[in-house]
Design a protein around this ligand. Sequence first.
Ligand code: FE2
Ligand code: FE2
Length: 368
Amino acid sequence: MRLGILGGTFDPIHKGHILMAKTALSGLWLDKVVFIPAGDPYFKSGSQNISLAVHRLNMTKLAIEGEPAFEASDMEIAREGQTYTSDTLKELSEKYPGDELFFILGADTLVQFSTWHEPEKICDLASLAVFGRRDQTGDERLSSEIDSLRERFGARIHLVDWDGFETSSTEIRERAAKDEAEDEVPAAVLEYIREIGLYRPHPSLEQMKARLRRELKPSRFIHSLGVADTACDMACIYGEDPDRAYLAGLLHDVGKPYGGALGHAAAGAAIAEKYYGIEDKEILSAIAHHTVGSPDMGLLEEIVYVADMIEPGREGIPDLERLRELAYSDIKKAVFACAASTLSHLKEKGKSIDEATLSVYNKYSFYC
Ligand SMILES: [Fe+2]
Ligand SMILES: [Fe+2]
């Protein structure tokens, strides 16, 4: 099988990418083109302004739906740490043994190719399918670059003439945010962007929910809705703004796919600020402190800390009914009881006691 590989951030995938893949398919007699969205940059080096990988992958899948020769792969997204093309090609050559790989890239990218990680290995594992406008592919500098790559790395290079796709991704994002990119972006992708409010600095509450539903596991999403409702109810009792409480509860676990048991709180605050456009420092702080609390919590932080523990979907926590009663009658006592419950749970499981929970316990014992 002759297999084309088209990598990119795909933020968003647009009609130019599809056209490129179709041109590769017919021009190089390929059997299949695999679209490989680049990994999540959140914990990786490089640009920090790329949408979360889950959305870029979802959009890629939507864009190629109904195209039997196209496939989307999450291999770079699933890989830990820095992502290199040479690793991706190695993985593909193991997945498709005996197949011929064609790595698709633009003529303007080729000039930096020798600075990439392990260019020799890339050339060993795949042919390079270089796409350029006719004036580029006939260019002398490009042909001398090609000669040099052939000589240095034994590169097998195929030049493909094509007219390209002039619009930049930045422009496409701006137009897509305003729902005006039907010429550049496949309809299903545009619908996805619209539904989750991608590229909007301040998505609506409904868009945030739609987005969160795709980022979290279903059980985690339901838990988040439970915390949002509970925090909202508690806010009404204690005189906090119910909308802020709802939002903080909704987003409290937004970092769950990234930060582990404790680290997800800090990751969540960063994601809420960067990707959900949350500017309210108290909401961000409530997200950042929801796991272990803090001795200096404000009312909103206390509400989210307690709501996380007692939301209606929670089970298996000792004394849960008493915690729920306290949550709606005395917030300080509820915080103390939640910290006490966490400490006894940690002790029972033989896990280390974290300082923050201990200091919450000590501080709030004052109110009991
Ligand atoms: Fe959490
Ligand atoms: Fe939670």
